[in-house]
Design a protein around this ligand. Structure first.
Ligand code: SF4
Length: 530
């Protein structure tokens, strides 16, 4: 590789890139994303009609082979472009690192960046100039203040877009009519729980919800994992389904390829499934809960839900079987566990996520008032409980039930939702909550080896990327270091700020205390191994 090859591309020049982005603004939104790659290619060729470098061939291949799309016609999501487009082309054409970087820029150029964050040159940074005519739904400082006043799990019931552990929740109504006895929204363990009502209230329209998302300084187009009604209701109940679909279609029309999750105990018709399958950009997953819970505790119709699970698994959607909630004494006999695995096996589940129950003193009162037996175990406020013994029995019975299925054809079984969501998409990205920093706790069930490799080689972020994110937190002077497989933040930040950093960097982010605990844990393990 010679340096003169690199010098042929004007696209290594930041000023040329900025000019290209400006000129393409006139064409946005792009109905044909290959046009952006073609414009980049022509800029790379410059005045020369004979240029035929490796990079030119790689850019031409993106266009000729329609690599920005999957065979189904769906867009390859932004986050997967590095592993699905750029890395294979870099290997085929033996590109130098600087050429790889230009190729990635050209691919980024083909995406849309609606809202206040992101550009092809700096996908994680606040925009320096907003798009002509764009008015954010609210000033940035006001949105951050409402985020900081959110409940203990991050739920922001005033702005209705919340940074939570599972991603950013977009909520278009609060309240759920399904009346599960263990529901942790019902008795006010948040700032205002269900506002005293099981019936969904406080509706906002889908367009307004998406506008609020685009104005939120913590929302990154194509990167932020999103949940619809992650913790306020059920995305598929009839009262909310029209808004859920409209919000998804609106994001799709904006060209957003963010991962979006819907968690449900409800069901959809084949027609509704087809409407979700028709999305071309949004990268949706459906998480269907089933844990053989007695119907006195979890009323939603079991037969209908299992029928939905079976039909959804036959669709083109990303579907996770959510083995949740697992509550000691309520659904943890061997018979319960066996019945869940037989159900998942019959339905054809490919990715299963386990999860315990979150339970508080409020629930004790409600369970007793319904005459229901209490789950066993000692609960920590805000934490889900799944004991090691129950987890071990679940996996032992899994082995029995799947004994006649060849090992590679058995489902993946994960402890964390974010892990399930990367595995179901084909193991191209590290876990967005970076649980791989504690593999002995988080990775010990049945995560595929290919996914382990992806998580273990999560790219180390640059200081510049971290600074872009700190600016979005309005904490530009926060001190941090990048070392030892994590970003360590040396000033006080709250847990949801840390979540925001982690989900954008796809890399562990620790406080000093957490970093110190990890070091002593590693030293102890080394001591035991000696
Ligand atoms: S390797 Fe660990 S962190 Fe990564 S997806 Fe698997 S279980 Fe999750």
């Amino acid at each position: 590789m010679t340096s003169s090859t690199i010098a042929e591309s004007s696209l290594t020049d930041p000023a040329v890139r900025a000019g290209l982005c400006d000129r393409l603004m006139d064409l946005r939104p792009l109905t044909d994303p290959y046009l952006a790659v073609e414009v980049a290619r022509q800029t790379h060729q410059g005045e020369s009609a004979t240029v035929n470098t490796r990079l030119d061939k790689a850019l031409a291949a993106v266009i000729r082979d329609r690599m920005l799309h999957e065979a189904s016609g769906r867009r390859v999501p932004f986050l997967k472009t590095a592993s699905r487009i750029v890395a294979p082309l870099a290997a085929t054409h033996q590109l130098a690192p600087a050429e790889v970087e230009v190729l990635q820029f050209a691919v980024h150029l083909s995406f849309e960046y609606p809202g206040i964050v992101g550009s092809p040159t700096a996908p994680l940074a606040l925009k320096s100039d907003l798009d002509p005519g764009y008015q954010p739904a609210m000033p940035l400082r006001q949105i951050l203040e409402s985020q900081r006043a959110a409940g203990p799990d991050g739920l922001n019931t005033s702005y209705l877009v919340s940074q939570m552990k599972g991603g950013m929740s977009v909520d278009m109504g609060i309240g759920c009519p399904l009346m599960c006895a263990y529901c942790y929204r019902r008795e006010g363990d948040t700032v205002d729980g269900y506002l005293g009502s099981w019936k969904p209230v406080e509706f906002i329209e889908a367009d307004e919800a998406v506008e609020r998302l685009l104005a939120h300084p913590w929302f990154t187009p194509h990167v932020t994992p999103i949940g619809l009604h992650m913790s306020t209701s059920e995305a598929f109940i009839p009262q909310l389904w029209p808004r859920t679909l409209q919000a998804l279609q609106r994001m799709d029309a904006l060209g957003l390829t963010n991962r979006v999750s819907c968690i449900t105990k409800y069901g959809l018709s084949d027609q509704q499934i087809a409407e979700l399958e028709a999305l071309r950009n949004v990268d949706l997953d459906i998480n269907i809960c089933y844990a053989a819970m007695p119907e006195s505790v979890e009323p939603p119709n079991r037969a209908k839900r299992l029928d939905f699970l079976r039909r959804a698994l036959q669709s083109r959607l990303n579907v996770l079987a959510y083995y949740r909630p697992i509550a000691e004494g309520l659904n943890t006999t061997d018979a319960h566990i066996r019945s869940v695995w037989h159900t998942f096996k019959k339905a054809g589940a490919r990715v299963v996520v386990l999860g315990g129950l979150k339970f508080s003193d409020d629930h004790v009162n409600s369970f007793m008032s319904y005459g229901l037996p209490l789950p066993a175990g000692s609960f920590t406020p805000g934490k889900k409980l799944l004991t090691a013994d129950t987890e071990r029995r679940i996996m032992t019975i899994f082995d029995e039930v799947y004994a006649d299925v060849p090992e590679p054809d058995r489902p993946a079984v994960l402890k964390r939702s974010s892990c399930g969501r990367v595995v179901v998409r084909g193991s191209y990205l590290p876990d967005y909550n970076a649980h791989h920093d504690q593999p002995e706790t988080n990775c010990r069930l049945r995560c595929p080896l290919t996914q382990h490799a992806v998580c273990a080689s999560a790219p180390t972020p640059t200081p510049e990327l971290v600074r872009h994110l700190l600016a979005r937190m309005q904490r530009p002077f926060t001190r941090f270091t990048i070392a030892g497989g994590a970003v360590t933040v040396h000033d006080d930040i709250d847990p949801f700020e840390r979540t925001f950093l982690r989900q954008n960097l796809l890399y562990p982010v620790d406080t000093e205390q957490q970093a110190a605990t990890k070091i002593s844990h590693t030293l102890n393990l080394a001591e035991v191994a000696r």
